[in-house]
Design a protein around this ligand. Structure first.
Ligand code: GCU
Length: 329
């Protein structure tokens, strides 16, 4: 009885909706829930949103992307688990989270592995990562594409970290991965792994001396309020990965799968553009709130990470990938 009633209401809504030209509002579009750990002003949010609009257009409204920003669906580790078990469909997660499943991924997030944004864009869009990205299906998710998260630098309270000597004894928050902890040790400090959402309070309470991230996240999350000395060490260009639940994508018609995969790949150059356009704005905002940006000689920082780079390339697959990345420079 109840069932009949709701069916009738749905049918009525569909009839009224299409009469008013709102057919996509009432037709049963499949919702794709995407977890995102930063704000809706972030370039990756905007790139994903455009991807969602195109997906909806090109599939005649069969899919509707809803992005949940600001860790609303949990931090990146939790979000990746939700994707794996099919509770949500998509997420943007930093490379180290996926590296915890397959160590080959650490090659694309090592210190100083890219010479700059255009090298990184070539690596992300040239197809050299296609096989690696498809291979994570065995863990229950697929990497659709990589987004840039710019270059990461150190920021601290008290004073800038202009030299390796300044790093000594500093407790710096890093992402949850062994590579990041090792990198901090090579630089003379101590890497403290934790999720992004906890950083502000940890610095404020003195658990940390600082953190390391890109200018956009630094400004977006107001971390300049607790760690105003941003030193341009540019030691990492860690990709962010757009992941989708295998369970979900495999349940889509083949043609829609292909459309979704293609549009996700095509969103990467757009994301690079959006990213590059926001850097100066982020720096200006942070400066206006009291942050100091210091340029430094990065050579000693690069040298401190050189041994780590070769130590991390252990397997044949890792070495081959590293060669392919270097060849695109
Ligand atoms: C960057 C990156 C995020 C990541 C964050 C972090 O902002 O874009 O994916 O979560 O750094 O340091 O945790």
């Amino acid at each position: 009885m109840l069932m009949n009633k709701s069916l009738k209401i749905a049918t009525l809504a569909a009839v009224v909706g299409s009469a008013l030209g709102f057919s996509s509002l009432v037709s049963a579009a499949t919702e794709i829930k995407a977890a995102f750990n930063q704000s809706d002003k972030h370039p990756q949010y905007q790139a994903l949103q455009e991807f969602g609009q195109k997906l909806s257009q090109e599939t005649d409204g069969r899919y509707k992307l809803t992005i949940y920003p600001n860790e609303l669906l949990g931090d990146q580790r939790a979000a990746l688990e939700l994707v794996q078990n099919g509770a949500i469909q998509m997420a943007v997660v930093a490379n180290p989270l996926v590296e915890n499943y397959d160590k080959t991924f650490r090659m694309i997030g090592m210190p100083y592995v890219y010479s700059g944004p255009s090298h990184q864009e070539k690596v992300f869009t040239s197809g050299v990562l296609d096989d690696l990205f498809a291979s994570t299906q065995r863990f229950g998710f697929e990497v659709l594409t990589a987004y840039t998260a710019g270059a990461r630098s150190m920021y601290t309270k008290g004073a800038p970290t202009e030299t390796i000597a300044d790093m000594k004894g500093k407790k710096i928050r890093v992402m949850q991965s062994d590579t990041m902890i090792k990198m901090l040790s090579c630089m003379g400090g101590t890497g403290v792994p934790m999720s992004q959402g906890e950083v502000y309070t940890a610095v404020q309470q003195g658990v940390l001396d600082g953190a390391e991230n890109n200018e956009i996240t630094y400004a977006d999350l107001k971390q300049y309020e607790v760690a105003p000395y941003f030193t341009a060490t540019r030691h990492l260009m860690v990709p962010d990965l757009v992941v989708i639940s295998s369970y979900f994508i495999n349940s889509m018609p083949k043609e829609d799968q292909a459309t979704l995969r293609r549009l996700a790949k095509e969103s990467t150059p757009n994301e690079f553009k959006l990213w590059n356009a926001q850097i100066e704005q982020a720096k200006a905002l942070a400066s206006s709130k009291g942050a100091t940006f210091t340029e430094v000689d990065i050579t000693p920082f690069q040298q401190s990470c050189q041994q780590l780079q070769s130590d991390l390339a252990e397997t044949a697959a890792q070495k081959t990938l590293l060669e392919k990345i270097a060849a695109l420079q």
